[in-house]
Design a protein around this ligand. Structure first.
Ligand code: ATP
Ligand code: MG
Length: 262
């Protein structure tokens, strides 16, 4: 099962908590006994940083594997690019992935390269979560071509209906042209402060606009200072603070994902 968090591709589309969501959903799914692979597919490598010890050099990354795939060369052994952190496996990224992105633009028929890399791993995992960069470039197209379904995080602070409409159209195009099986897993409201009228209004607006056609995760992720603190120490929020409301919310998201998957 592949999940792929994507934001709404509008002007202020970054910082909607894609990386934080992958990090914490992966942790919670792992704690619930699921076999999880988290794939960092963003050259910024924030997810990788959250998994690896400071200054530790990860020899082989997804950038190397993608380069081999693009050159039609044999892929490295899995053990070289799949790493372990606690109960989770992860595939790291590096800044070199931006070079891969530039090369992908000139490569014909390259949309399925990531899909081909991940396909043989399907049997080994219950969940493969792909973290992406915020633009709709060749990397994102590759992630969408590999994904079974898409989770759309929305930060109420930056919400714009136009962005979500464009995103929906893009996914429908991907479904028609490249990946007929792709589904919308659901909308996840992140960084919510339900004390504010703006956030309440946005949640209501999203439910009214999309609630009929698309699943909206029951739980909303509250804004919490603990998230930033946990990120800083390379930990999941729950691991950092067992009582953190944001961490517990991600536990609930993981349970919803498992329930939907059955
Ligand atoms: N629930 C939360 N409460 C408070 N801060 C949060 C929460 N979730 C994420 N953040 C903070 O918001 C910032 C952006 O989060 P994150 O890096 O996960 O977003 P992103 O969508 O991956 O961004 P990018 O588009 O740059 O990849 C980070 O500093 C993170 O610590
Ligand atoms: Mg990110």
């Amino acid at each position: 099962m592949f999940y792929f968090p994507l934001d709404t591709l509008c002007e202020a589309s970054h910082n909607v908590a894609k990386t934080t969501s992958v990090r914490n959903m992966a942790y919670s799914l792992g704690e619930l006994g699921k076999r999880v692979l988290a794939v960092d597919f963003d050259p910024q490598s924030n997810l990788t940083a959250s998994f690896s010890e400071e200054n530790k050099i990860l020899k082989t990354t997804i950038a190397d594997v993608m380069t081999k795939a693009m050159d039609e060369e044999a892929l490295p052994n899995r053990g070289e690019y799949i790493y372990t952190h606690g109960k989770i496996n992860f595939m790291p990224s590096s800044i070199h992935l931006s070079v891969v992105e530039a090369n992908l633009r000139m490569e014909m028929g390259s949309e399925k390269l990531l899909s081909n890399i991940l396909e043989p791993l399907r049997e080994e995992y219950d969940f493969i979560l792909i973290d992406t960069n915020p633009s709709l470039g060749p990397l994102t197209i590759n992630a969408l071509s590999a994904a079974d379904s898409v989770i759309i995080p929305i930060n109420p602070e930056f919400y714009a209906t136009m962005g979500l409409t464009d995103l929906t159209k893009t996914i429908l195009k991907i479904r028609k042209r490249i990946n007929p099986g792709i589904q919308f897993e659901g909308i996840l409201m992140t960084m919510c402060d339900m004390q504010t009228n703006l956030h309440k209004e946005v949640c209501l607006e999203v439910t009214e606009a999309y609630g009929n056609g698309m699943k909206i995760f029951k739980v909303q992720i509250p804004r919490s200072i603990r998230v930033g603190e946990a990120n800083r120490y390379g930990m999941s929020v729950v691991d950092f603070d067992k009582k953190s409301k944001a961490g517990l919310a991600y536990d609930e998201v993981a349970k919803e994902l498992i329930a939907y998957g059955n």
